[in-house]
Ligand binder design. Structure first.
Ligand SMILES: Nc1ncnc2c1ncn2[C@@H]1O[C@H](COP(=O)(O)OP(=O)(O)OP(=O)(O)O)[C@@H](O)[C@H]1O
Length: 297
């Protein structure tokens, strides 16, 4: 049974339609990603799920209860885009303060330790680095031992190393049996972490699949690039059914196509006694899939 079920969610702010029609279901233990361009309606969607906003229409069920039900408060951990902690509060004070909100909180010392915050317990929030603030906000989201953690823009503003550390952390949280709902802008993040991803654009779900499935939808497009050992007539290659596009860049030839492209191209070259030097080949990425899905057609 899904732990989160969103059916035909719609939400507007005055004349702005933030969410038009969003439906998806998150299974227990999943890391479920919500991906989309700026203003797509991602934050509004998770705020409605967290009970921080009320939907205009549609139905949201979380752990079998309607979103916003007071009994859910202690069962969901929410880390939102911007932390609202005061600069003067120390890490320890923040952890103690938030622990008091829950009937049966996690051991904050242990959580601080897991998140590498122990050396920073006496530091004031305002003096923490971006990565440390982020780790504290994740710790606060986990203090209530939630069954579901909702993390919005988890690694925005972090350097590549801090981002990787956070990814390890997220995998660790999942291993404790927590279901995770992540909002992200980063394809690489979605690809690394998420079991499934809903791509939201202009308030609607435009695709819902595994990261690999999304890539496949972008087409099995491949790009080959090489330098021919002797000049070659373009037409020898453009007649191949696998080739969609041929471009020349200086001495290099770049071919975009699909199917068994590499084999087809290399066979033609071999028949003509041409060697392909510095040959590279790229498959479509989640980036390509994202652009393809949200191109605004
Ligand atoms: N409190 C608000 N009042 C008015 N309009 C809002 C409010 N919050 C969001 N919006 C508008 O609703 C739309 C969806 O916003 P939302 O923050 O949900 O998108 P998002 O996908 O999370 O964007 P981002 O990736 O930039 O955070 C946008 O057009 C935004 O300007």
């Amino acid at each position: 049974m899904p732990v989160i079920e969103v059916e035909h969610l719609a939400k507007r702010y005055g004349g702005t339609v933030a969410v038009k029609d969003v439906s998806f279901a998150v299974e227990p233990g999943e890391i479920f990603g919500i991906l989309g361009p700026n203003g797509a309606g991602k934050t509004t969607t998770v705020e409605c799920i967290s009970g921080l906003r009320t939907a205009d229409s549609g139905a949201i069920t979380v752990l079998g209860r309607p979103a916003g039900d007071p009994t859910l408060r202690a069962r969901i951990g929410v880390q939102l885009q911007e932390s609202e902690l005061q600069d003067k509060l120390t890490v320890r004070e923040a952890l103690e303060l938030y622990s008091a909100f829950y009937p049966d909180p996690a051991d904050w010392r242990r959580l601080a330790d897991d998140l590498g915050l122990t050396p920073k317990l006496k530091a004031r929030y305002g003096k923490l680095s971006g990565g440390q603030k982020q780790r504290l906000s994740i710790a606060l989201a986990l203090l209530g031992n939630p069954e579901i953690a909702i993390l919005d823009e988890l690694t925005t503003g972090l350097d590549p190393q801090a981002r990787r550390d956070t990814w390890d952390l997220i995998s660790g949280i999942r291993d404790r049996g927590v279901t995770l709902l992540l909002v992200t802008h980063f394809m690489e993040e979605a690809e690394r972490l998420c079991d499934r991803v809903a791509v939201i654009d202009k308030g609607e779900v435009v695709a819902l699949d595994t990261p690999a499935g999304l890539v496949q939808r972008a087409g099995d497009e491949q790009r080959i690039s090489f330098r021919p050992s002797t000049p070659i007539d373009d037409e020898l290659l453009t007649v191949l059914p696998e080739v969609r596009e041929l471009r020349r860049q200086g001495q290099r030839i770049e071919i975009v196509g699909n199917g068994n492209l590499l084999h087809a191209v290399v066979s033609v070259l071999a028949r003509n006694g041409i060697i392909a030097a510095e040959l590279t080949m790229e498959q479509a990425t989640l980036d390509d899939a994202f652009v393809h899905l949200t191109r605004g057609e």
